[in-house]
Design a protein around this ligand. Sequence first.
Ligand code: NDP
Length: 265
Amino acid sequence: MKLFTLFGNPVSHSKSPLIHNSVFNEFGLNYRYTRTHIEDGYQIRDKFFELNLDGANVTVPHKEIAYEICDEVVGIAKKVKAVNTIIRRGSRLIGYNTDAQGFLDSISMFEKIKKVLILGAGGTAKAITSILLENNFDITVINRSQGRLQSFEDLNVKTYTWDDFRVSKVDLVINTTSAGLTDNKLPILKYDTLTEVLKNSRYAVDVIYKTTPFLRLAESLNLKIKDGSEMLIYQGVLANQYFTDFKIHKEKITEVMFKAFYLES
Ligand code: NDP
């Protein structure tokens, strides 16, 4: 039996066990995926070996610590400096970031996207910015406070706070802030400014897995909208490919995960 888990705090409502176990069951693999609530991210390494895991996912708030505790970090995780997928190779832990590719896959159906406005400057904004830059999108980041914008300036991205931002035309606006996650808030308190921002875009995406006030406003202004469910599924697809050593076709994993996710919703 191979064992996998999701490390995070909280983990109780996560759909990761559902989507990963649906693939393991469908393909008759003797693999099991569980949840492990962990307070201190620095315990992930010891816990990983104690549970005799073959792989794991890491979620909020431990992704940056997961980056530190791996023996080797591969691919875009090095740029993002955050790891959400860990694979054991012998006694070594190898770290990957599948959130970035998951986001890119989730917007693949959108047409003619070049200019992208990202609201928020946290870990998810960093992952999305890194993959979009690699794919030659034109990125602007706005955050409510200045502090976290420096690391985006270091990537040569245009950055603003809401005070110095001037609205211009974009193709896609992405909410990566936690506004709307557990409250009814918009990512900016100035309703008129956000309305103006959205009126100047064709698409709006929220990384939260439900229809947030941000998405409701965008939809009312006739933008095409998407919540974070597909990003979650697609990051899971790539993580599952690492767990199953790329032996199952990506399309098959995607099909099984979509079915499991939406049958439960
Ligand atoms: P971080 O804590 O790293 O960053 C949060 C960001 O949101 C910061 O820029 C913060 O601004 C801003 N923010 C928080 N509250 C508000 C508010 N009320 N109004 C305006 N801005 C606000 O979080 P993460 O990047 O890790 O996660 C962000 C969201 O992404 C979460 O909701 C999470 O659930 C979701 N997520 C979804 C995934 C998916 O697969 N769909 C994957 C990963 C995350 P400041 O710097 O000023 O504090």
